[in-house]
Design a protein around this ligand. Structure first.
Ligand code: PLP
Length: 413
């Protein structure tokens, strides 16, 4: 750990090397030494084809190349262009019309959307609640702006959503704080691939509904992988349930265009507020726009222009959706193959319902990961009590062989 010399620590613990970066570097070295075909690199969080190239939707690429200079060179309004904001709501909700009032604010990716949520719907010094298995940057986003993160156990003993743990942590924090922000990443959770069932969402809502109405609650659904988790309508059936939330609960969707439109580097996302009434909808627009101005001023315009074009042309939208369905099916087939081989060789795996990643739970994940690298030339990311495997990055053939390799290493320890 580096000492702070001229910089301020501000309560943060910043490691000298990012854990994921370290594994990536070793994977690249191994590829140079043994050749690409002899190495399994299951670390990358981008959807690659079976030859290892980044998958970019051809229809989206065509729109990008057709942009006029003023569509990418000009500034965008702070909250995003009006067409983009409308399209973002359509993209997130699809065919669901809610009683709640939807509003959108542009953000640099899903990460920026989460930053807007945390900055505006929790207070400095607050503890934010999320699941034990979660995407690491939640803690960083919170810590950077004076909040911290507490976790509850995602899975009960039957590996369903642990509603009792959720209840106990919500109630505990609500006793100490007037505001409480909760982040649930579903469907296609990173790292597990878990999707809360609609009944589990109902339990979440019941827990929040039982809190005193004086508490200001924000429920954030991080939907980064929503369009890679299964049929796009089936995975959105939880959204209308947000209409049953009490008025002291703001529902927020951290929506990312990175995966859904293969625009990772374009830094395009939106925080969608589902407000109980006009006043809180107006407030959402006001506070998120202010925060955007204070953080990144405005977002890159090109991604917004691409999304606008797609949503104003139904034939184009249909083409984009069809192309995405094809690559999603490829990803889900990889997940099914990995799961099949895991059960054949008796390798344990957390419930995977879709998304880019799956988890093989194990003790001493770091050591197991290193042994797997050394003995099988297979690279995964140690994640708490397990190894995260990127199904998005592995060709089908490797999805079929990796489980046995993991089983062998685990059995030898
Ligand atoms: N949420 C989760 C769980 C993620 O894994 C990611 C990206 O990896 C994001 C949000 C943010 O995505 P981006 O900022 O790239 O749009």
């Amino acid at each position: 750990m580096a000492e702070y010399i001229l910089a301020s620590q501000n309560g943060r613990t910043i490691p000298t090397e990012d854990a994921i970066f370290g594994v990536n570097t070793r994977a690249s070295q191994c590829i140079r030494e043994y050749g690409k075909e002899n190495v399994i690199d299951a670390t990358i969080g981008k959807l690659l084809d079976d030859q290892g190239s980044l998958l970019v939707l051809a229809s989206v690429d065509e729109v990008y190349r057709s942009l006029k200079p003023e569509e990418y060179a000009n500034y965008a309004p702070i909250a995003g262009t009006p067409g983009f904001r409308k399209a973002a709501i359509q993209a997130a909700l699809k065919n669901n019309t809610l009683k709640r009032i939807p509003r959108a604010c542009a953000a640099p990716g899903g990460t920026g959307a989460l930053r807007l949520a945390v900055g505006n719907y929790s207070s400095i010094g607050d503890t934010i609640l999320t699941t034990d298995w979660h995407w690491g940057p939640y803690g960083k986003i919170a810590g950077e702006i004076g909040r911290s993160v507490e976790t509850f156990r995602l899975f009960d003993n039957d590996r369903n959503f642990d509603v009792e743990e959720f209840r106990s942590h919500v109630n505990g924090l609500a006793e100490k704080q007037d505001t409480l922000l909760i982040i649930l990443n579903s469907p296609g959770q990173n790292p597990t691939g878990y999707r809360l069932t609609d009944d589990e969402w109902k339990s979440v809502i019941a827990v929040l509904s039982a809190l005193p109405s004086s508490k200001k609650i924000a429920l954030v659904a991080d939907t980064a992988y929503i369009d890679f988790a299964g049929d796009e309508d089936d995975v959105r059936t939880f959204l209308p349930l947000f209409d049953t939330l009490p008025d002291n609960v703001m529902a927020l969707l951290a929506y990312s265009f990175s995966k859904t439109f293969t625009l990772y580097g374009m830094r395009c996302g939106a925080l969608i507020g589902l407000a109980p009434d006009e006043r809180t909808a107006e407030e959402f627009s006001r506070v998120t726009e202010y925060s955007g101005r204070a953080s990144w001023s405005n977002c890159a315009r090109a991604g917004q222009a691409i999304i606008e074009h797609i949503y104003e042309d139904p034939a184009l939208l249909e083409r984009v959706t069809a192309e995405r369905t094809e690559i999603r099916n490829m990803l889900l087939a990889r997940g099914a193959a990995f799961g099949e081989e895991a059960s054949k060789c008796g390798l344990d795996m957390l419930p995977y319902n879709g998304g880019f990643f799956a988890v093989v739970p194990c003790e001493n994940a770091k050591e197991v990961g290193l042994k797997l690298e050394k003995e099988a030339h297979a690279f995964t990311i140690p994640f708490g009590d397990g190894l995260r495997v990127s199904l998005a990055a592995m060709p089908m053939t490797q999805c079929r062989i990796l489980p046995q390799k993991m089983k062998d290493v685990l059995s030898s320890m």
